[in-house]
Every structure is written in structure tokens, then in C-alpha cells.
Ligand binder design. Structure first.
Ligand code: EPZ
Length: 416
């Protein structure tokens, strides 16, 4: 099990290239199941989760050819309509093969994803929506069995806003008979990126970017070329890093128009940012100011940035309150940060952070993807050496983070 060794106290200076968005790449790769044509994808991030979904897709018979960050998928020879437990248990996003397999082949057998560290994360909305489209669904032995000769358009309103729920239902609706209306749809930029790809494949979708998607089903979808949008969560993670350590970094290959709330919070912290067409220069001198926030669905403060901002708050010049409204257990990083000398009290889904003058390095353990990133940030701001264990969590969602950070001056090495 790999570990990261971080010696804190180094300012960050230099350039970081942001990779493609994990949470756009995963549904977009599953869209390859919807067509017998070629899907030519670029800017696909090199992540463990991407490797996992490609393994799963290859098992169905989808052809995958990779040339560095360019991927070509072809779904003309799909033979197995199944997503087995041993793969699904390692990555919940595998549920995203359910909608496409059902829509194109009328059948799918997908393992129920287990929960994960941050919450139970049921998929009842995915199932409810597919049933509304006419699917017969039974759950047996930990598997979802879905059958339907031809999905039929329907009006669906999910009980809560669900990102992958919206994506599953959107992909299924593109090949259903007639009109589907998805209300209470998620509006995350990664959902929009998937919708744009589906339109490029010949789907008919109105209301992209809003919470009401109207889809006219078509008989089939053709291939397309698409560049995955850059990862706003990765970009925000590095902006939090420089806010915590001080320095002057230039993020390249990023967008500046899809995380305004986070950028406003970073300005409140004291980060000075200069925007280019696809870049952000971020300069930080002095101690971070405390920021309070509550996570909500897009366009509100993203839950996937909560832990990283908390890391900055732990050394801020005052107190702050952080409320997590999306997941029921997304404070696993709190105890680990307190081991570094932070002063955080949790009360239900609210964390009260009292900024301390300094953190001190110690051995800590990563518990989930964004928590691991927050521990890297805290460790870089701490005095002395921190060893972060179980960093396979980090590798799921960050493309060689320690390489990118070392290149801008961080003292961070991977220990096998
Ligand atoms: C997506 O997860 C992201 N993953 C998560 O990113 C992100 O944290 C989350 O959306 C919220 O933005 C991918 O896109 C691959 P949800 P998802 O369905 O779709 C409840 C990361 O760090 N819910 O929007 O699984 C659910 O329990 C990961 O990159 C139901 O009750 O999240 C949660 O409380 C972590 N029933 C809330 O809705 C359902 O059928 C939002 O979940 C579906 C969801």
C-alpha cells in the first residue's frame, strides 16, 4: 500500500496543467455503449477510476483503443450486458452502464453498488426513473436485473437532485420512444458535458444546463469526437493548496466559468487570482482568512471541495463553520486533521473550525478521495513531516498529484 511523505512549509511556485474531469469522463465513457459508431475522446484523465470503468466496459465487449490521453471506443460488438460485483464494488460510478445497456439492448444486469466511506449512497432514484421509462426491474442476490423491449419516454421528477441519477436517465432517454422530461435534474458542468456529447452523437436534448431536460428519443446514435472538460475539482484543490502554503502558481488548461462560488470563497480567503481564457494565476501571501460555507448542489458550493477548503480553514486567522448537506458522513478527514494539530469540532453535519497558528506533521490516513486531497494540503502547510497512508483513495481521482505538486516546489514523495 503506497504512502505519501510530505515535508511541509514550502511555498508553491510554477505551472500546473489541469487534467480532464473525472466526473465527466466516467459517464462519457459509458455513453460508448449507446452506439455502434466510434467515440473519439480526448483529454481523458489518467486515473484509477478511468482504468476501472474501461475494464468494465471492455468486459461487455466494447472495443477500447488508447493512445496516451486519446481514447477510441466502439460499441459494435457488445456481447455481455453485465457489470459484475467485483468491479462495481470498487467504484460506484459503474452504475452508469445500467441506463445505456438497457436503452440500447433492452436488458442489463448490474451489481448494486455498495455504500462507501462518505455515505450509504443508494441508487433508488436511478431505478425509479428507469421503471418510469418502462423497465421491469428486480433486485436479487445483490444484482439489479433490468429488462425492457423498448423504453418509452416519460415525465420523471427525482426526489432529490442526483448527478449520476440524472446521467443514467438522460442516457437511457436518448433512445427511448417519444419524449422524456427530467425534472429536478442535476446541473453540474459534468452533466452538461455529457449532454453536449450526446447531442454530438445525434441525441435531441433541450434545456441543457438547466434542472429540466427534455429529450426526444431517436432510433440510434452515431459516433462523435469530444474533448472532456477540465476538472474544476482538481483546479480548486490546487488553488486551496497555494492558499494554504503561500506562493504563486499558474493553472493551465482550466475553465474559469464553472466554479464561481468556490472562486469567490478563495478571494475571501485572500487568494489573488488573475483569469486568462483557459488559465488562472493564483498568488497568496500572508495567512488565510477563515471562510464559512454550506455545500449544496450546483451552482452552489460543491461537496467535492468541502474537505480541501476545510484544510485551509484549519490554519486561518479565525473561526469558521462548514455544513455538509449532500452526504451524511463526509467529515472523515476531521479526525485526521486534528491529529495534525487542527482544532475542529463536529456537531451533526456542521464542523466548527478554529484556526490555529500552525499544524505539526504526523502520520495520518486517507479515508476517501477528497479527504485524501485535503490531507495533502494540510500536510504541505504543516511544520515537519507527515506520512499519509492508504493513498489509493487519492489515485482514484487525481492524476499524479504528487508529481504535479513536486514540480511547483512541494516536498512530497510516494513511498511504495
Ligand atoms: C456524484 O456522485 C459524484 N460522482 C460525486 O463525486 C459527488 O460528490 C456527487 O455527485 C455530488 O455532487 C460522480 O459523478 C462519478 P448523487 P453521485 O447521486 O451521483 C442521494 C468525487 O469525489 N441519492 O448526486 O453518486 C445520495 O445518497 C465523488 O468525485 C439517493 O438517495 O451523487 C446523496 O446523498 C464523490 N438516491 C445525494 O442524493 C439515489 O438514487 C446526492 O447524490 C441517488 C442519490
Amino acid at each position: 500500500m503506497d504512502k505519501l511523505q510530505v515535508v511541509g512549509g514550502k511555498r508553491l511556485e510554477g505551472e500546473i496543467v489541469i487534467s480532464g474531469a473525472k466526473n465527466a469522463a466516467l459517464p462519457i465513457l459509458c455513453a460508448g455503449l449507446l452506439t455502434s459508431g466510434d467515440l473519439e475522446l480526448s483529454n481523458v484523465p489518467r486515473l484509477h477510476d478511468v482504468k476501472t470503468i474501461l475494464k468494465l466496459l471492455a468486459q461487455t465487449g466494447l472495443a477500447v483503443s488508447q493512445d496516451d490521453e486519446k481514447l477510441t471506443l466502439n460499441g459494435s460488438a457488445i456481447t455481455t450486458l453485465e457489470a459484475p460485483y467485483e468491479l462495481v464494488k470498487t467504484m460506484r460510478a459503474s452504475i452508469l452502464v445500467l441506463g445505456p445497456l438497457l436503452a440500447r439492448f433492452g436488458e442489463a444486469k448490474v451489481s448494486l453498488p455498495g455504500g462507501c466511506a462518505i455515505g450509504s449512497r443508494p441508487v433508488d432514484q436511478h431505478i425509479k426513473g428507469l421503471q418510469a421509462l418502462g423497465a421491469e426491474i428486480t433486485i436479487e442476490g445483490g444484482y439489479i436485473y433490468a429488462k425492457c423491449k423498448k423504453l418509452k419516454g416519460a415525465r420523471i421528477r427525482t426526489d432529490m437532485i442526483t448527478v449520476t441519477g440524472t446521467e443514467n436517465l438522460l442516457m437511457a432517454a436518448t433512445l427511448a420512444d417519444g419524449e422524456t422530461i427530467l425534472e429536478n435534474a442535476a446541473r453540474e458542468p459534468e452533466v452538461t458535458d455529457l449532454a453536449n456529447l450526446l447531442v454530438a452523437m445525434g441525441a435531441k436534448i433541450e434545456g441543457i444546463g438547466t434542472d429540466r431536460l427534455v429529450i426526444q428519443g431517436v432510433a440510434e446514435l452515431h459516433g462523435a469526437k469530444h474533448a472532456v472538460i477540465s476538472d474544476r475539482i482538481e483546479a480548486a484543490t490546487f488553488l486551496c493548496a497555494v492558499a494554504a502554503t503561500g506562493g504563486d502558481i499558474l493553472l493551465k488548461n482550466t475553465r474559469t466559468d464553472y466554479f464561481d462560488v468556490a472562486l469567490d470563497k478563495l478571494r475571501e480567503i485572500g487568494l489573488v487570482m488573475t483569469m486568462g481564457p483557459a488559465s488562472i494565476r493564483a498568488q497568496m501571501g500572508g495567512r488565510p482568512k477563515p471562510v464559512s460555507f454550506r455545500t449544496t448542489e450546483y451552482p452552489g458550493f460543491p461537496t467535492d471541495m468541502q474537505a480541501q477548503f476545510m484544510a485551509v480553514d484549519t490554519i486561518a486567522s479565525g473561526s469558521s463553520r462548514i455544513t455538509e448537506t449532500i452526504f451524511e458522513n463526509r467529515f472523515m478527514h476531521v479526525q485526521e486533521m486534528n491529529r495534525l494539530g487542527a482544532s475542529i469540532q463536529t456537531e451533526g453535519n456542521t464542523a466548527h473550525v478554529k484556526g490555529v497558528d500552525r499544524l505539526v506533521g504526523a502520520p495520518v490516513m486517507a479515508t476517501d478521495l477528497r479527504a485524501s486531497a485535503s490531507l495533502v494540503i494540510a500536510a504541505m502547510a504543516a511544520q515537519g513531516t507527515t506520512i499519509i497512508d492508504r493513498i489509493y483513495h487519492l489515485d482514484r481521482g487525481y492524476d499524479r498529484m504528487e508529481v504535479k505538486l513536486s514540480a511547483v516546489g512541494a516536498d512530497i514523495v510516494r513511498i511504495k
